[in-house]
Write a protein that binds this ligand. Structure first.
Ligand code: ADP
Ligand code: F6P
Length: 325
């Protein structure tokens, strides 16, 4: 062990994501390997403020790597957005001897981690969200599983849309980001994708013209992927049916995308990120986010990470246009 023994807290916050358990397991096992103690903080920042902790050791994370969800539970905690909540959180950490906290969650949770660090508790953030909407990293825990779930749903819809010669609009998650929608559309061979990042006023007319012209040359069914940030899939379906005369259905696949056993990639990358987070705490670092970028695992200061802008991958955007002609 390179330093004095630390007590490391670990929590999951915001929307759950498949692979969070693999990250928790890696945090606990890496800490044990380095001779540190771990306290699991239940239900995100809510559990921190309510002093809901469990002592964790290597055995307490057995048999969880293949499970979706998060064994620590998660929440959204309004009180932690206030300065009083953040001061209280830091005081509770000191009361329990917690030296540093690994926060697994999305960009909202990163802000929480940054605020806790400002109150003197060392924090490291792990990007855990199905949305892939964090600019400093090309990978977030849960995206791979979620997008595979979305793709499988779109494939199934293609079967039934084909049998009935219908059009089907499938709405996928992503909050205000279109990464799940874009990847799902490419993987499914969808005819059109609506993305919040590129949506413009004439987009629906363009979509309708495309469906009409494909129909004219003999295409029997049509799959449209709609990102939830655009919304109103049922209205879009009605408009397509009215304007094209093709029977159209809408399907919102919703929270199914957040569940299920994580893919191999989610298990492996979540393990690498969780482990790196503990290495950083072991080295005495704080207010950093672990990431995967340009083919390697790395880390950034949270403030630097939050200042970066995430856009849709222009190569993938061009690809969907080229291949869905
Ligand atoms: P995600 O982490 O998935 O983006 P949220 O945006 O809902 O999800 O954030 C999760 C939690 O992180 C919030 O409920 C809150 O407890 C904490 N949080 C979010 N924003 C802040 C902030 N500005 N300051 C402190 N804590 C925050
Ligand atoms: O951030 C993950 C996510 O699943 C988004 O894709 C979606 O907009 C949101 O969370 C849904 O949140 P809730 O679980 O509160 O319905």
């Amino acid at each position: 062990m390179s330093h004095k023994q630390q007590t490391i807290g670990v929590l999951t916050s915001g929307g759950d994501a498949p692979g969070m358990n693999a990250a928790i397991r890696a945090v606990v096992r890496t800490a044990a390997d380095l001779g540190h103690k771990v306290k699991g903080i239940m239900r995100g920042f809510t559990g921190l403020l309510e002093e809901e902790f469990i002592d964790m050791d290597a055995m307490s994370v057995s048999d969880i790597i293949s499970r979706g969800g998060t064994i620590l539970y998660t929440s959204r905690c309004e009180e932690f957005k206030t300065e009083e909540g953040q001061i209280k959180g830091a005081e509770i950490c000191r009361k329990y001897g917690i030296d540093g906290v690994v926060v697994i969650g999305g960009d909202g949770s990163f802000r929480g981690a940054e605020k806790l660090a400002e109150q003197g508790i060392r924090t490291i953030a792990v990007p855990g969200t199905i949305d892939l909407d964090i600019a400093c990293t090309e990978y977030t825990v849960g995206f791979d599983t979620a997008v595979n779930t979305a793709m499988e749903a779109a494939d199934k819809l293609r079967d039934t849309a084909g049998s009935h010669e219908r059009c089907n609009v499938i709405e996928v998650m992503g909050r205000t980001a279109g990464h799940i929608a874009l990847w799902c559309a490419i993987a499914n061979g969808s005819e059109y994708v609506l993305l919040p990042e590129t949506y413009n006023e004439g987009e629906l007319d363009k979509l309708i013209e495309k469906v009409k012209s494909k129909h004219k040359i003999g295409k029997k069914h049509h799959i449209i992927v709609n990102a939830e940030g655009i919304g109103d899939s049922f209205e879009i379906a009605k408009t397509i049916e009215r304007e094209t005369g093709i029977e159209t259905r809408a399907t919102v696949i919703g929270h199914i995308q957040r569940g299920g056993s994580p893919t191999c990639r989610d298990r492996v990358y979540a393990s690498a990120l969780g482990s790196r987070a503990v290495d950083l705490l072991d080295q005495g670092q704080t207010s950093r986010v672990v990431a995967y970028r340009h083919g390697q695992f790395t880390d950034y200061s949270i403030s630097e990470a939050m200042a970066m802008q995430k856009t849709i991958d222009p190569n993938l955007d061009r690809l969907i246009h080229k291949l869905s002609r």
